[in-house]
Design a protein around this ligand. Structure first.
Ligand code: VGL
Ligand code: ZN
Length: 232
């Protein structure tokens, strides 16, 4: 107790709460905004709607002009894709099965290549986006992550692209927080990037506690959880 009192006596005064709140992040030229799967399939009227999914659109539209680098992803499945419950007899959407590469949640048929369901949300305004990366196009392997498919071996090329362009930090937004956003953020960390997830620019599916689990995993790996208001 005496030591604690001593430490308190010499500790510098804490900065005022408002001084801390005013310190905002300005994304540098070495930062990229990653906009994950803001597609018709994941909003109301789509095949795999995420609750409140469309609410991320104005938040992301306001964030994009703060970035010199913007990358967009699209879930882009073949018809009969292995992540669809319809491809596995005796299953229904949201069941889990074991496939040759590991556990797979089964989904309704969604984001099929070239369909309107797989198109980007019409109100998304990202005129400066430099790359659209499509994922999940191998029929027998899912890909939540924008970096690596679910076999944990096949890469999409995104890490190489970002590194070749000198990007060091990524800010991940989009749908869904607990699946494609979380896997993208975790793989970005594993690839050596500084990673932020902008929470209010995401919405979750939250299947059997998946959202809580995803934040815990991200926190454990050093992914930083911020709000859009934290950016200048
Ligand atoms: C996603 C489930 C299936 C996502 C994609 O974008 O989070 N979730 N496919
Ligand atoms: Zn999918």
């Amino acid at each position: 107790a005496a030591a604690a009192l001593g430490a308190a006596a010499i500790a510098p005064p804490l900065p005022a709460a408002d001084a801390k709140a005013a310190k905002k992040i300005s994304p540098s030229a070495q930062a990229a905004l990653i906009v994950v799967d803001v597609q018709n399939c994941f909003v109301d009227g789509g095949t795999l709607p995420v609750k409140g999914g469309a609410d991320v659109v104005p938040v992301i539209n306001a964030l994009a002009p703060k970035f010199q680098n913007v990358v967009v992803t699209q879930d882009w499945h073949t018809p009969g894709h292995t992540s669809f419950a319809s491809a596995h007899s005796g299953t229904k959407p949201f069941d889990s099965v074991k496939l040759n590469y590991g556990n797979q949640v089964l989904w309704p048929d969604h984001c099929v290549q070239g369909t309107d369901d797989a198109a980007l949300h019409k109100d998304l305004k990202l005129p400066t986006a430099q790359l659209i990366i499509r994922k999940g196009y191998n029929k027998g392997v899912d890909s939540y992550s924008a970096f690596q498919e679910a076999d944990r071996k096949t890469v999409t090329g995104l890490a190489g692209y970002l590194k070749a362009r000198g990007i060091k930090t990524v800010y991940v937004t989009g749908l869904a927080t607990d699946f494609c956003v979380a896997w993208t953020a975790l793989d970005a960390r594993a690839a050596g990037f500084n990673v932020y997830v902008i929470e209010d620019a995401t919405r979750a599916i939250d299947l059997n506690g998946s959202l809580d689990k995803a934040w815990k995993q991200m926190q454990a790996k050093g992914v930083k959880r911020i709000q859009s208001a934290d950016l200048a």
